[in-house]
Write a protein that binds this ligand. Structure first.
Ligand SMILES: [Zn+2]
Length: 290
C-alpha cells in the first residue's frame, strides 16, 4: 500500500522465515491459495463491491480510505486471500488437516458487505465461513483476537444466528465499534489500553468460553490478528506470544470436542514484524504438538 505502510509484504516474509528457521515450516503441508470464485465472494459482498475490488488500477494507487490503497496487484491478492479461506474450509472438512492457517494479505475482517476499509478488501474469513454454511453446516463460531474490532465479519453475520462471533478488542480504537449487547450471538469484550495478557485471558475465559461451549459449533474460525501484542505500533494492549499459545491450546482442545478438531484461521493484523512472526509460531505450536 505504499512505502512505510504497516500492512506490507515484509509481514508474510517475516512469518515464513521465522517458521523456516524454527523448523515448523517443514512440518506443515503448504497449499497455494486459489482465487475465490465470484459465487463465493457474492455470498458476503455486493456485486458492486466485488466489481469495484476487481477493477484494480492499471498503474499507481487508488485511494479507498485514508489508510487503504489499491494497486495493480490488489485484485489478485484479495481474490487469493479469500480463496485461501475457501480452500482451508474444504481441506479441513475433507479431513486432510485439522488446523488450516491462512497466511494471507490483505487482511479481511474490516471489509464490509459493500465497501473496503481498514486495509481490507474482501472479508476472507467471512467468505470461508459462508462457504462452510452453504455446504450445510448448521452452527459455526468465529473468534477474533485482533486488537481492532472485526466489524466486517460481525455486520455480515449480524442476522445469522448460526454464527457466533466472539471479539476481544481495544476500545476506544479503530473502527470505533459500539458494542451490540442486544445481539445474543455477538460476544463483544472491549478492553482498555494497557490491558495485559492476564486480564485478557480472564476476559476470554469469562466471556468467550461459556458462549462457545453453549453454541457447539461444527467448525471454528479464527480471525488471527496479532496486533494486541505489546510491541505492536498500532495499538496499546500488552499481550505476549505466550498468550496466543494459551488460547490456541484451548481452541485446539475445544475443537477436538466439538468440531472433529477442525479450525480455520486467517491472518488479520500484526505490524511489528518480530512480534508477528513469534506470535504466529506460538499460535501454531499447540496444533503441532497433537
Ligand atoms: Zn488489527
Amino acid at each position: 500500500m505504499g512505502v512505510g505502510h504497516p500492512e506490507c509484504p515484509a509481514r508474510l516474509r517475516a512469518i515464513e522465515s521465522r517458521l523456516q528457521r524454527s523448523g515448523v515450516l517443514e512440518r506443515l503441508q503448504r497449499l497455494e491459495a486459489p482465487r475465490a470464485s465470484r459465487e463465493a465472494l457474492l455470498r458476503v459482498h455486493s456485486a458492486a463491491h466485488v466489481d469495484d475490488v476487481l477493477d484494480a488500477p492499471a498503474s499507481g494507487y487508488r485511494q479507498i480510505d485514508p489508510d487503504t490503497l489499491a494497486n495493480p496487484h490488489t485484485a489478485e491478492a484479495a481474490q487469493r486471500a479469500a480463496g485461501a479461506a475457501v480452500l482451508a474450509v474444504d481441506t479441513v472438512q475433507a479431513g486432510q488437516a485439522e488446523l488450516a492457517f491462512c497466511a494471507v494479505r490483505p487482511p479481511g475482517h474490516h471489509a464490509e458487505y459493500d465497501h473496503s476499509m481498514g486495509f481490507c478488501f474482501f472479508d476472507n474469513l467471512a467468505v470461508g465461513a459462508a462457504h462452510a454454511l452453504a455446504g450445510g453446516l448448521r452452527r459455526i463460531a468465529v473468534v477474533d483476537f485482533d486488537v481492532h474490532y472485526g466489524n466486517g465479519t460481525a455486520n455480515i453475520f449480524r442476522n445469522d444466528p448460526r454464527v457466533l462471533v466472539c471479539n476481544t478488542y481495544q476500545s476506544p480504537l479503530y473502527p470505533y465499534w459500539a458494542s451490540d449487547a442486544a445481539n445474543v450471538h455477538f460476544v463483544d469484550v472491549p478492553l482498555r489500553a494497557g490491558t495485559d495478557g492476564a486480564a485478557w485471558r480472564a476476559a476470554v475465559e469469562r466471556a468467550w468460553f461459556p458462549a462457545l461451549e453453549a453454541h457447539r459449533p461444527e467448525l471454528l474460525f479464527v480471525s488471527a490478528g496479532f496486533d494486541a501484542h505489546r510491541d505492536d505500533p498500532l495499538a496499546h494492549l500488552n499481550l505476549e506470544a505466550a498468550d496466543y499459545a494459551w488460547l490456541a491450546a484451548w481452541l485446539q482442545a475445544f475443537a477436538a470436542r466439538h468440531c472433529h478438531g477442525r479450525v480455520v484461521a486467517t491472518l488479520e493484523g500484526g505490524y511489528d514484524l518480530h512480534a508477528l512472526a513469534e506470535s504466529v509460531e506460538a499460535f501454531l505450536q499447540p496444533f503441532l504438538e497433537r
